[in-house]
Write a protein that binds this ligand. Structure first.
Ligand code: MN
Length: 289
């Protein structure tokens, strides 16, 4: 096993101890200047840009999950630099779990093979699988509900109702949970917001069994009952950002390897700025949503 990669195993062990203290809920944070990073999927270039150009200018950095799988096949490196920074700045970096921090995606989207190739031993993947199961699902940042996918539903006599009404319900989720198997945890990582489909609650999602779209009615019910300002999430390969439901749900995607630009969301004393890393390598920032 090469020195270069074996380091990530040590970083994971160390980070796991911090996640164990956090549990499924990473905590509540308030900061003046914050950066939110969506799915990087091995896009080390974006992660490096964030660390080199943005990190020193913010008080908090939030990663919304999906560090591995898809393209480019550098999930190990991406994870390594993120964990290194996290361990050096435990109070300044928040790491959340994506649906790709799981064997149910890693076996099909490249990361399992990447690990087998880089470590010359497919059993090493077990260590990643174990580590992923400890990454928290949710953080509250400046009163925003931060999660990889979205709001979960719960079957209530044949009808899907909003599945959580407070972060206390996140704290009591089964933990660690490998896939995860708990339907609430699973949907936090897999669900997507959709508007314009009338006043529906949850609808089956094309991503597969157990995944749902949630609409405006659900977002309103959740924000009304919790008092949160909105939801910041990743999960969809949008062109940097997508704003749904009157600005209440913000999607951030942070890889430009899927045909679009990468986005990094900045919040400065409540004011929002969108940073785009374009395909041609240029970077531009825009005020507001
Ligand atoms: Mn995802």
């Amino acid at each position: 096993m090469s020195e270069e990669y074996s380091k990530v195993l040590e970083l994971m062990e160390e980070a796991k101890e911090i996640f164990k203290i956090q549990g499924p809920f990473a905590g509540e944070y308030k900061a003046r200047r914050i950066a939110f990073v969506g799915d990087t999927h091995g896009a080390v270039d974006v992660t490096q840009y964030v660390f080199n150009e943005i990190f020193d200018k913010v008080d908090l950095l939030v990663f919304l999950g999906d560090y591995v799988d898809r393209y480019p096949p550098s999930g190990v490196e991406n994870l390594m630099i993120i964990l290194e920074k996290f361990l050096q700045n435990k109070d300044k970096v928040v790491i959340l779990r994506g649906n790709h921090e799981s064997p149910i995606t890693n076996l099909y989207y490249g990361f399992y093979e990447e690990v087998a190739l880089k470590f010359g031993d497919e059993k090493v993947y077990e260590k990643f699988k174990d580590f992923f199961s400890y990454i928290p699902y949710v953080a509250i940042v400046n009163n925003y509900f931060c999660v990889h996918g979205g709001l979960p539903g719960k079957d209530n006599g044949g009808e899907m109702k909003l599945g959580i009404h407070s972060v206390d319900e996140i704290k009591s989720l089964p933990y660690p949970d490998i896939n995860p198997d708990d339907p609430i945890a699973f949907q936090l990582l897999w669900n997507d917001p959709r508007e314009g489909l009338d006043d529906f609650g949850f609808l089956p999602n094309i991503r597969g069994e157990g995944t749902f779209y949630f609409g405006e009615k659900i977002v309103k019910e959740f924000l009304d009952s919790t008092g949160y300002s909105g939801i910041i999430r990743g999960h969809e390969a949008v062109d940097g950002f997508r704003i749904d439901i009157n600005g209440k749900v913000i999607t951030v995607f942070s890889s430009r390897y899927h045909g679009q630009s990468a986005g990094v969301l900045l919040m400065d004393e409540g004011k929002i700025k969108r940073v785009y890393l374009y395909q041609d390598g240029s970077v531009k920032a825009f005020e507001g949503l």
